[in-house]
Design a protein around this ligand. Structure first.
Ligand SMILES: CC(=O)CC(=O)C(=O)O
Ligand code: MG
Length: 220
């Protein structure tokens, strides 16, 4: 068997664990309360999409939103990881989008139902190339941005996160065992907005990484 390469973690079929409402300005723009504990949900590995393939608007949604987020790639698994040891479990990072069918999420919220159809559909997790850990010495101090058709929509710094990367790793690993190749999406800053078929999305982490995606409508 050939050795797997963490720089292609999206091919491993591992978990994508997402943190919601981790930026107060985004929680406020959607009129959500500021959380006292991390809000978590999951995406399946089939949600990954890479540059060169389009983001698909699900047939059942007419309000697909972008959410730009810092992704943390787990390099060493563990359960009940302490905050002080958390960074030893990080292999690197990725720039990610948490594509969200906002109309479906609102409906699910109003009915008290889970967000799966709003957050976990195919292509709901566009992901950049792998960023080795050394390139982001402090994940609590990097700027993320996103443009739609060259218009800046999101710009925020991870210093605005309510729960830090070490806190999230420790908190999650208390009840979900983290495995090598898992990805944690750490939440989005304010500025989320709708995208349409044929839009061009561009996102970046400072001058460390950029990525571009075209939006298409799912055909069947
Ligand atoms: C309300 C949300 O969709 C939460 C979320 O995903 C976030 O990043 O915040
Ligand atoms: Mg999100």
């Amino acid at each position: 068997m050939t050795a797997r390469n963490i720089s292609r973690f999206w091919e491993w079929g591992r978990k994508i664990i997402c943190v919601g409402r981790n930026y107060a300005d985004h929680a406020k723009e959607l009129k959500n309360a500021i959380p006292k504990e991390p809000v978590l949900f999951l995406k399946p590995p089939t949600a990954y999409v890479r540059e060169g393939s389009p983001i698909l608007v699900p047939l059942y949604s007419s309000n697909l939103h972008h959410e730009v987020e810092l992704g943390v790639v787990i390099g060493k698994g563990g359960t009940a990881i302490s905050q002080s040891a958390a960074m030893e479990h990080v292999a690197g990072y990725a720039l990610c989008l948490d594509m969200t069918a906002r109309d479906i999420q609102d409906e699910c919220k109003s009915k008290g139902l889970p967000w799966t159809m709003a957050k976990a559909f195919n292509t709901s997790c566009p992901v950049s190339e792998f960023i080795p850990k050394e390139r982001i010495p402090d994940p609590g101090k990097v700027n993320l941005w996103l443009k739609v058709n060259d218009q800046l929509r999101q710009s925020g710094c991870t210093s605005q996160m309510i729960f830090s990367v070490p806190y999230l790793i420790s908190y999650i690993s208390d009840f979900i065992t983290l495995e090598e190749g898992d990805l944690i999406l750490t939440g989005t800053p304010k500025g989320v907005s709708a995208v349409q078929e044929h839009d061009e999305l561009q996102a970046g982490i400072e001058d460390i990484v950029t990525m571009s995606f075209r939006v298409d409508r799912q055909e069947h």
